[in-house]
Design a protein around this ligand. Structure first.
Ligand code: NAD
Length: 504
């Protein structure tokens, strides 16, 4: 039986009734520029591919440099009035936007599932996270403060203000389309900037729908959404002289290019949220009943491993290594891989043919690497349509070996190796140029705190993994990025301090 959204009122269908994806997407799609829903100037379009079948579902606008210029001009024109709007009024608009997203959450979650391939159950979590972030930042309105600085003169005061930048360029990746599109506009908008948002070309549907919804909430030009390729829309946004603040979430390769390209037209502030190859370290005294679910959750298999914070290098003390790996392999084999539109699915397809090919090539490398043993998953069944890859676990029982321990795969592939010594494992964990997250498992407070101190990452979980909590700062060190998001520092990062000295 197939159910259409109309038959289910746009809400969740019966537990095992596959939804007809076309019913959600078979309609005209437009970008949001200057308060209008528009098509690209040059008429460009791009196919939307269903990752569960590989078939074309619909087409979306594919903008270019001219569209980006239009969006930047609209954002620039809207900036003075938005910056003069009181911050509490701006916060009210964010709260309204959160409410509208919540009201349309089910539809937005379905769009992401259809577009991105992550199961509907987890994509509902994404829209809730977006709503939470919008509300969190709205609540910070009165915390966006300057300082009062004591001065030597008795008839003078010195204080600082926080000015917005103007037009902010926000570029987001494919893995949490709506969550990134909606939550990453909250801080810049609250701080008084206007925004041009560029979603990932392979997952633009929910951002385009967000544009339609935001149209009735935000003044014209305050938020603009341009879909299209990174090499045209993204590059133009980064190099546009009027965009002084760029915030990018995506791969290290593109992030470094952006940092370099941003400087060609002006001096800009660029923050980068990039990839990771994050260690999970299990000491011999850890609660093993928690460790296995922690490793599964940490790898974000329910997003097919496509999460930057995934703990994709598992290091387990040799005294418990075999036990953990055997149990973990069984757990992974038991996960339900299938149509992301089914409520019972735990692992859907990866996002695109390119991602599918990339992950497969890493599995092939794993199979060809002496010293690596396949414990679960492996190469996908080629005869099955769609980009499905089973949760895969490789074990290196005699010590880590090969590129699977060094490179971000961004797919459902976990590698594991044993260790014996604290210093040795911290050195291995820190050996890569990346440093986004780490997860440490032990009941010994001393080991936990030493690990927290010694690990070179921007985020550490102890006896936990994967979670993000609004208000805590997320971001990387080394090649995993610069800047912090999801907390007060993100909001402050969309302002520039202005010092004021007054002699009276
Ligand atoms: P990507 O770098 O390929 O693309 C990200 C965005 O950049 C897309 O919108 C893309 O169109 C755009 N882009 C591409 N080339 C560009 C260019 N030359 N100029 C400007 N923009 C350009 O990344 P992806 O494949 O969409 O996402 C996966 C990557 O994102 C992984 O490396 C993952 O770790 C990382 N990521 C990091 C975080 C974090 O918070 N640190 C969160 C999610 C994803």
């Amino acid at each position: 039986m197939t159910t259409t959204p109309a038959e289910t009122g746009g809400a969740a269908p019966g537990r095992e009734a596959p939804v007809d994806a076309r019913a959600f997407v078979d309609r005209p799609w437009r970008m949001l520029i200057g308060g209008e829903l528009v098509s690209p100037v040059a008429g460009g379009s791009a196919d939307v591919i269903d990752p569960s079948t590989g078939e074309v579902l619909t087409t979306i606008p594919s903008g270019d440099e001219a569209d980006t210029d239009r969006a930047v001009a609209a954002a620039g024109a809207a900036f003075p009035a938005w910056a003069r709007t009181s911050i509490t009024k701006r916060a009210e608009r964010l709260l309204e936007l959160a409410e509208v997203i919540e009201k349309h959450g089910e539809e937005l979650a379905w769009l992401d599932t259809i577009d991105n391939g992550s199961p509907i159950g987890v994509m509902r979590g994404d829209f809730r996270m977006a709503v939470e972030h919008l509300r969190y930042f709205a609540g910070l309105a009165l915390q966006l403060r300057g300082e009062s600085i004591p001065v030597a003169e008795w008839d003078a005061v010195d204080f600082s203000l926080r000015d917005p930048f103007g037009v902010v360029g926000r570029i987001v990746p494919f893995n949490h389309p709506l969550m990134f599109a909606a939550s990453r506009i909250a801080a810049p908008l609250l701080a008084g900037n206007t925004v041009v948002l560029k979603p990932a070309e392979v997952t633009s549907l929910s951002a385009l729908r967000l544009g339609e919804l935001a149209c009735d909430v935000l003044p014209a030009g305050v938020l603009n959404i341009v879909s299209g390729p990174g090499r045209t829309v993204g590059e133009r946004l980064v190099t546009h002289p009027e965009v002084r603040r760029i915030a990018f979430t995506g791969s290290g390769e593109v992030g470094r290019r952006i940092q370099a390209r941003a400087a060609v037209s002006a001096v800009k502030v660029v923050t980068l949220e990039l990839g990771g190859k994050n260690p999970m370290i299990v000491f011999g005294d850890a609660d093993l009943d928690q460790v296995v679910p922690g490793a599964v959750r940490g790898m974000n298999f329910t997003w097919q491993g496509q999460s930057c914070g995934s703990t994709s290098r598992l290091y387990v003390h040799s005294s418990v290594y075999d036990k953990v790996i055997t149990t973990l392999g069984r757990e992974l084999d038991a996960m339900t891989v299938g149509d992301p539109k089914l409520e019972s699915t735990q692992v859907g397809p990866v996002v695109s043919a390119a991602q599918y090919e990339k992950v497969r090539s890493y599995i092939r490398i794993g199979l060809d690497t002496p010293g690596l043993e396949l414990v679960a998953g492996g190469l996908p069944d080629e005869s099955r349509p769609g980009y499905y890859i089973r949760p895969t676990l490789f074990s290196a029982p005699h010590g880590q070996v090969g590129p699977l321990f060094e490179e971000e795969i961004f797919g459902p592939v976990l590698v594991a190796a044993p260790f014996d010594d604290y210093d040795e494992i911290i050195e291995r964990a820190n050996a890569l140029p990346l440093g986004l997250t780490a997860s440490v498992w032990t009941r010994d407070l001393g080991i936990a705190m030493r690990s927290v101190r010694d690990l070179q990452t921007g985020y550490v979980w102890v006896n936990w993994s994967s979670s993000h909590i609004p208000g805590t700062s997320f971001g990387g060190v080394k090649d995993s990025g610069v800047g912090r998001e999801e907390g007060l520092s993100e909001l402050e990062g969309f302002t520039q301090p202005k010092n004021v000295y007054i002699r009276f």
